[in-house]
Write a protein that binds this ligand. Structure first.
Ligand code: COA
Length: 436
């Protein structure tokens, strides 16, 4: 059968495709900009015929009734390993729960929800080429593995998705049903950095030598760094997430990937999330290699890079050096993603460094993010024995190898001046710092 005939033979409507899902099944979903918006919007319309369907997601971007509508209770349960704004609201209502996880292990069988099995995978892809191959486009963190594991594979074809290179190809013969939905791709706008974020960007840039390979994480700070790197030479990228800032550095000739040890000449990552500028950049770009999350985020793979520097963000750090990036006390906020993978991997690299950056205060300077001890309920994302370097707008705390007393002293120095006295007092009261 020629590929056009094969393509047409698998085409169904969106309601027909969702009609293949049965009660008590688990549905795996493409993540972030690779989520299938047409299929996800349809899911809630099948509420009355579906009971106890587990929907397994990561970093969902859209607003969908199966998540937001309280009447979905008992029909859909969401298992999510990276929360967005909608998930934070729904979590408290009990229809959604968080899966603790490291990104490089995200698609191992042990993590599949509901009896370790994904029954149906729903994702996105470009239209096929003349030989029947499609590109999984903006993300293969776990999509490729879910396609292999699922009993039924449904792809939402969108001609606006860029064809990307690397391990992204999937053939029509691997797919059961196709739907067409040529909508605009979800974007993550770049927010202009605050003064504090710019100061942090400046400190971090000083820690990055020419020829380093970088991972930049999610949040305001990683994007604030890129303007400070414009004078560096021959940087490389080995990341989980491609970002807009990387495009600027590449176009300025700062990122050349020439001195990388792995995938020399190419930026490597598992998914892209940003603006249309980024999506245009990754399209058919031989300098951009998409690899599965189990590869990009394997700490031992990351560690084979020369001068690997990982840069991630946190919500709270305590004076022992415990980092929390995924919750505000008991309130679950986001996820670990690949934070620990990349923080550990960077430290395995020759000349590497794991950086966690955070603004020293939150909520209009009312609270310190550097604290004597993490808030009750805080979920640690980097344990104290893994932590390397913490940066705030007040400087750099190089914690690796320091005893607890010296860690506390180093962290107090980079806390906001208004909170330093309180943290010191608490450090003494807790017996971490005997006296000053
Ligand atoms: N206590 C209470 N509230 C706090 C806080 C604290 N210690 N720290 C931050 N907040 C609030 C902020 O005020 C802000 O509130 P608002 O939305 O009402 O303004 C909110 O929490 C988000 O903080 P912000 O610092 O703006 O977040 P960000 O968008 O820069 O993202 C993380 C930071 C940590 C949430 C994000 O990087 C993340 O989820 N990281 C974990 C995963 C990871 O690093 N993966 C690897 C790379 S993909």
């Amino acid at each position: 059968m020629d590929s056009q005939t094969l393509y047409r033979s698998k085409l169904v409507t969106i309601p027909e495709a969702i009609g293949k899902i049965k009660s008590h099944q688990t549905v795996g979903v493409g993540m972030a900009a690779s989520e299938p918006p047409g299929l996800l919007a349809e899911l809630g319309n099948h509420r009355d015929r579906l009971d106890d369907v587990h929907v397994w997601v990561c970093l969902p971007l859209g607003s969908y009734s199966f998540v937001l509508d309280p009447s979905m209770e008992g029909h859909f349960f969401i298992e999510n390993w990276f929360y967005g704004a909608a998930d934070r609201k729904v979590h408290a209502q009990g229809r959604e729960s968080y899966i603790p996880n490291n990104l490089h292990q995200a698609s191992t069988r042990k993590l599949y929800a509901n009896k370790n099995k994904v029954n149906v995978f729903i994702g996105t892809a470009t239209p096929p080429d003349s030989r029947g191959y499609m590109s999984l486009s903006l993300g293969i963190v776990l999509e490729r593995q879910l396609i292999d594991a699922a009993d039924i594979v449904i792809l939402e074809i969108n001609e606006n998705l860029p064809w990307t290179l690397g391990d992204t190809q999937v053939h029509l013969s691997e797919v059961d049903y196709l739907v067409e939905n040529h909508v605009a791709i979800s974007q993550l706008p770049v927010v202009p950095p605050t003064e504090a974020e710019e100061a942090i960007g400046g400190y971090i840039a000083e820690l990055i030598d020419d020829g380093s390979t970088l991972q930049l994480g999610i949040g305001g700070i990683p994007n604030a760094i890129t303007p400070f790197l414009m004078k560096r030479k021959d940087l490389g990228i080995h990341t989980e997430m491609f970002t807009d800032g990387m495009v600027d550095l590449y176009n300025a000739g700062v990122i050349t990937n020439r001195r990388k040890t792995l995938w020399k000449g190419k930026m490597v990552g598992a998914f892209a999330l940003g603006t249309q500028k980024l999506y245009d950049f990754v399209k058919n770009n031989l300098a951009v290699e998409f690899q599965q999350g189990r590869v990009t985020n394997d700490p031992y793979v990351i560690g084979r890079n020369y001068r690997m520097v990982s840069i991630n963000t946190a919500l709270q750090v305590d004076i022992l050096g415990q980092v929390c990036s995924q919750s505000i006390g008991y309130k679950h906020f986001s996820g670990t993603g690949g934070q620990l993978d990349t923080h550990r991997g960077a430290q395995l690299s020759e000349g590497g460094r794991g950086i966690i950056a955070l603004r020293s205060t939150a909520r209009n300077n009312e609270i310190s993010t550097i604290v004597p001890f993490l808030s009750e309920g805080a979920e640690v994302t980097v344990p104290s024995h893994d932590v390397d370097t913490i940066v705030s707008e007040y400087g750099v705390a190089d914690l690796k190898g320091l005893c607890l007393r010296d860690r506390a002293l180093a962290l107090i120095k980079i806390a906001h001046p208004d909170f330093q006295a309180h943290i010191k007092e608490e450090a003494m009261r807790l017996g971490i710092v005997p006296h000053f």
